[in-house]
Design a protein around this ligand. Sequence first.
Ligand code: ATP
Length: 792
Amino acid sequence: MSNDIQSNRIEDTISESDTAQLLSNEEASTSNYTQLNRSVYFEQSDEDELTGSHGIRRRQPVQKFKPGSMNILSAKYESLDYDTCENHLLLDEERKRGYAFIIWKDIARWFVILQIGVVTALIAFIIDICIEEFSGIKYKQLKKSVDIFVLEDKLYIPYLLWVLSNICIVFFGSVLVAYIEPVAAGSGIPQVKCYLNGVKVPRVVRIKTLVVKAVGVITAVVGGLAGGKEGPMIHSGAVVAAGISQGKSTTFNKDFKIFHYFREDHEKRDFVSAGAAAGVSAAFGAPIGGVLFSLEEGTSFWNQALTWRTFFGTVVSTFTLNFALSAYHGHPGELSYPGLLNLGKMEPFPFQFYELPVFMLFGAVGGLLGALWNYINYKLAVFRIRYVSAPWLRVVEACLVAATTATCGFLMMFLLNDCRPLGEDPTKNPLQLFCADGEYNALAAIWFQTPEASVRSFLHDPIGSYKPSSLLLFIVCYYLLSTWTFGLAVSSGLFIPNLLTGAAWGRLLAVLIQYMLPNNTINPGKYALVGAAAQLGGVVRMTISLTVIIIETTGQISNALPIIITLVVAKWTGDFFNEGIYDIHIQLAGVPLLGWDPPPLTHTVYASEVMSHPVFTLRTVENVGHVLELLRLVSYNGFPVVDPPLSDEVEVTTYKRLRGLILRSQLIVLLQNKIYNENANTTWSNLNVDMQMFRNEYPRFPSIDELVIEEWEKSCTIDLRPFMNPSPYTLPHRASLPRLFRLFRALGLRHLPIVNDVNEVVGMVTRKDIARYRVWRHRGHMGMEELLLSSE
Ligand code: ATP
């Protein structure tokens, strides 16, 4: 039988040379469309720039681009598809299951969110306890050794102990990150932001990433690095959400056979938004801040139901963590530990009208310092990409930073004898060092505890607790150390180090203000808090969510106005110089992120200029051999499905009418499951085929080379109609770039076929094509630049 089929249908199989022929025919037929330069590598260099029409900054093509360039988009990032494929199978499923299924699915969603909240909180709990316990042991031992060896004048021994302990702990975490899961490095917020924007960052929501992240953050904080555990919690929440909602683990190859119907990009992305929000909530004890974080920082598509579910997740997360931490600290049921970051209860600080400009000044200082922090970190990141990319070098760098941090702390404690009477600071490990009896070294107290406890000290200690010179040196050291630390091969965030630096300079400014106004009583905590907000706002450029997070963390709504003013001014000031740190890292990675708005003045850039053509299309009933060849020849993930030609003569010279859109993953599943017909006239009628077939493979579909297709099968046909999306969004070729942009941004699209006046496919636009148009601002000038795609 198979031989018969082969002999009948062999002429339909298309070889590579046929496909090339098809390409040249299609190219000939689309030659009336102009295309902007694409797929050439460009290098960032001012001499290469030419200004073209529409204010587009074009560059002369060169064959290579420098690693670390900000003007390249990487083709390795695939897009998520937020648009549900409403094919026959899905409609059939809905019809058969009816309203009961809708209700059941909704209940399941709430249940999944509940689990996400609880599991995220438990992970936060474990991380917190480990950090607290291990740090306690480390600093207690160090204190003991300082107390013993200071008398014998052998302080180099505790110094070496400190350096060695930092290096060993950081070495362990760094090896995990550099060799086992590099995507677990840093806070993970840029990666989560990309995911919520609709870009699949490889391995970002895997269990392995979560484990490395959790262990990595413990080692980073216990190892004394200038990093915090809060950012990684947001990433952890996102991984938990992606894992629980799918009811299976691809890492362990285990399918729990639950929540099948959530196995699609749309549902998964909604859960990840809720997970990230639950992470924020656990990190800061800020349920509303968590919801706002997801809204402000990423999720491009948002709806009422998602708001409610996300809020439920954040509340569950805070409550669970609060319950667990309160029990751990011996006050079960008291619920007095809402988040990992505990800044201590702030008193409402009264402020006068004339103080508002002071808060603005703080915001401006924060914006400036934040922009400089981002600039230094960007330069370091480029240096790392170019020269410190080997894993062993990254481990060495992390150990070097660990040693430098201990050295800085030690030198400051040793050289600045900032003695204060015991009892003023609730520090756990007061060090006497060279101070008189009954006194302790104030700087040692800051260094001999976790950075989070140090923020608390700066916010709550009375005004004379630190010498201005100690504060100044601490600010310079910690500022540089924190910018060096962010981007190392360790899992740690930047919230706490920036809050700490900001609180320190806020306190220093408070001392200055007190000096200038000796008759007034200045509350140093007020300015430390405003400084902390300004510094963090200047680096991350978040406004709404950060305001709410700080208000919720400090438990004072009446402090809202100064914080809002400070954060807004910090953002404006910082934005004048560069982008927020997360956006800088996203651009360095070449991620095709879509901003909030289309580039301005681009209404005269038309879809016909942006689109790719000729387009590789498939017919509604397609030959298996052709599909196979096409998938092997090109790596595109979406193919418009078109009407078959009326006769072979006209096929190659005209465009074909659009009937639908099919994804590479769907084609692979069809080939894998051999959903063929033996000849083109047989209509598709396999009642056993349903959506489950696709969901079983989601999200890691096999590659085309893994499929085993017999020679005779190539002459069979596949009827694509029941599987394709029969009503994809399309735009006419005269649509403008802003229109394309809005469609992609608002609907979370992945592919958009471009059609002519009679609905024939003339081009294809993907989100990478849109993301390539970016606004540039430089020294007061503004325009649009066209980035280029690199294959790496
Ligand atoms: P993604 O990787 O975002 O999931 P994709 O792999 O289909 O989607 P891209 O990698 O974004 O596509 O596209 C690379 C280039 O190929 C883009 O310029 C896009 O316009 C073009 N392209 C995509 N699909 C087709 C197609 N079927 N025919 C011709 N060109 C296409």
